[in-house]
Design a protein around this ligand. Structure first.
Ligand SMILES: Nc1ncnc2c1ncn2[C@@H]1O[C@@H]2COP(=O)(O)O[C@H]2[C@H]1O
Length: 248
């Protein structure tokens, strides 16, 4: 499984792209920075998109992807929870902030097809199996496990501290995870109120993650990339970089 890290930062600046992970060129996890990374032709190759939650950093390229696909005469299936789809429908694709591409070019064959998923559901799609699991972050947050014949990768997206999630993922045979560490230890308070991990709480979680082969870390806030790297230096984790490609 080839994972292109289109963006993996927890904020945006000149050197930081928002979260988007492209799997084997056709499956998208979150839509924070697709347009700055992929040509319109490559955007047209994306078959399905899974959105972890409705926060802007995970959806902000969706309007532009929709416009590009609509012009190309293509469509995209978007999978997310009921809460996330409602938030995106009411606040983005509402005909005011952005055209409602669920009805464009017409209701029978729209550019965007919204499909509801929930915890525990399993989909077979494009030759992969995708399973959904609840995540403790904002309303409607969900993570994904993607499997092919060789690999099983879980993407938690943004998460606060969790009870039992890592064990549940082992039991499902997950060997590799992409999970977050947004703030350094000294910013523990903001991490807590915004339902993120700081290095201090991440390390507490890490103690429960000893059975994974690969732990990939993302969503570092741009201010703190160097400090978080320094704080995590002695731990067996890989901090992802925007633009890199990983093989799982
Ligand atoms: N209560 C809060 N106080 C300060 N910053 C916050 C608060 N809640 C959310 N944020 C910030 O707003 C950001 C929204 O996106 P994130 O969840 O990536 O990260 C969040 C924090 O950086």
């Amino acid at each position: 499984m080839k994972v292109e890290v289109l963006g993996c930062s927890g904020g945006k600046d000149k050197n930081s792209n928002l979260p988007s992970f492209l799997i084997d060129g056709k499956i998208l996890f979150d839509c924070g920075s697709v347009c700055s990374s992929l040509s319109v032709e490559r955007q047209g190759d994306i078959e399905v998109c899974f959105i972890s939650h409705a926060h802007f950093d995970h959806i902000c390229d969706l309007p532009f992807v929709a416009d590009n696909l609509s012009i190309s005469g293509k469509n995209l299936r978007i999978f997310a929870t009921k809460e996330t789809l409602k938030l995106i429908s009411e606040n983005v694709f509402n005909g005011k902030i952005w055209p409602d591409f669920r009805k464009i070019p017409d209701r029978e064959n729209p550019t965007l097809i919204f499909e509801e998923v929930s915890d525990g559901e399993v989909l077979k799609i494009e030759g992969y199996e995708i399973e959904f699991f609840n995540v403790y972050h904002t309303e409607g947050s969900i993570g994904f496990i993607i499997s092919d014949e060789k690999s099983k990768l879980a993407y938690t997206a943004d998460t606060y501290q969790t009870n039992g999630l890592w064990k549940k993922l082992y039991e499902k045979g997950v060997k590799s995870i992409i999970t977050e560490c947004s703030f350094p230890s000294k910013r523990g308070k903001i991490a807590e109120v915004s339902y993120h991990l700081s290095v201090e709480t991440f390390i507490q979680e890490l103690k429960k993650m000893d059975k994974f082969d690969n732990i990939f870390v993302f969503h570092l806030k741009p201010h703190y990339k160097d400090l978080i790297e320094k704080e995590l230096k002695s731990f067996d984790v890989k901090i992802l970089k925007d633009g890199e490609i990983i093989e799982i």
